[in-house]
Design a protein around this ligand. Structure first.
Ligand code: PGA
Length: 256
């Protein structure tokens, strides 16, 4: 069975003690879920989150890294730093970073290379804007973003990348993409990856959906064949809602 991921993106929310409290609340609720739970916490709380989730199977992620190694980049954090404090993953190329912090496909590509080198799993985000959607430009937007991000990345490294399809018009808007749109886009993403590598690589990549996922619409979204999970922003901030979302991808049945 392909692996499923349920990824929380706290964005710029929760001080350290709230991250600790959240994890205390969440862990008993997700102990039987079959999907890989990932929590992308603010970087100042990575250490706390790693400590609090030790032995639980939950993976802690950074929400960003700088594309450089060590050096004079005041205020920045690199892949080795987040890996060294125990993070296992990093979100790269989120639409908020692309629009507010001028991230480009080229810088995203460098970040992915650095993250892979540091042994981090990459949650690579991409998606079309409202403009792209209205003007029938989804295919070209996704092709540009995916092709740019994967420059100089080998096919055998794609197992360490989770492709997060996040249409910009669905992020934080309450407008979730329909299953038909997600299914159609999953095929498109695999076609783009197939053109860059081959069919085997394209069929094996993990693709998750993000954008206004919540505890109600997850039941429908989880029915999509070939979808490897979800990336959740707003609804991930509440451990009750986030555990309900995690459960939608299955729970182990306790032995009698
Ligand atoms: P949302 O955010 O679930 O609040 O729409 C998703 C994301 O930005 O990753």
């Amino acid at each position: 069975m392909p692996k499923k991921y349920v990824i929380a993106n706290f964005k710029m929310n929760k001080v350290d003690k709230d991250v600790k409290f959240y994890i205390e609340q969440l862990l008993p609720k997700v102990k039987d879920v079959t999907s890989q739970v990932v929590l992308a916490v603010p970087s100042v709380s990575i250490k706390t989150a790693v400590k609090e989730t030790k032995g639980s199977g939950v993976v802690i992620a950074s929400q960003n890294i700088n594309e450089n190694g060590f050096g004079a980049f005041t205020g920045e954090i690199n892949a080795e730093m987040v890996s060294n404090v125990g993070a296992g993953a990093v979100i790269i190329g989120h639409s908020e970073r692309r629009s507010y912090f001028n991230e480009t496909d080229a810088s995203i590509n460098k970040k992915i290379q650095k993250a892979l080198k540091a042994g981090l799993m990459c949650v690579f985000c991409f998606g079309e804007s409202v403009y792209d959607k209205k003007n029938n430009l989804t295919e070209s937007a996704l092709t540009t973003q995916i092709t740019g991000a994967l420059n100089n990345i080998y096919g055998n490294e794609l197992g360490h990348i989770v492709f997060a399809y996040e249409p910009v018009w669905a992020i934080g808007t309450g407008v979730v993409a329909t299953n038909a749109v997600i299914e159609k886009t999953l095929k498109l993403i695999r076609k783009i990856i197939c053109n860059l590598y081959d069919e085997k690589v394209a069929n094996e990549v993990s693709i998750v959906y993000g954008g206004s996922v919540n505890e109600s619409n997850i039941k429908d979204i989880a029915k999509i064949a070939n979808l490897n999970g979800v990336l959740v922003g707003g609804a991930s901030l509440d451990p009750v809602k986030f555990s309900a979302i995690s459960e939608a991808f299955g729970k182990t049945v306790p032995k009698k």
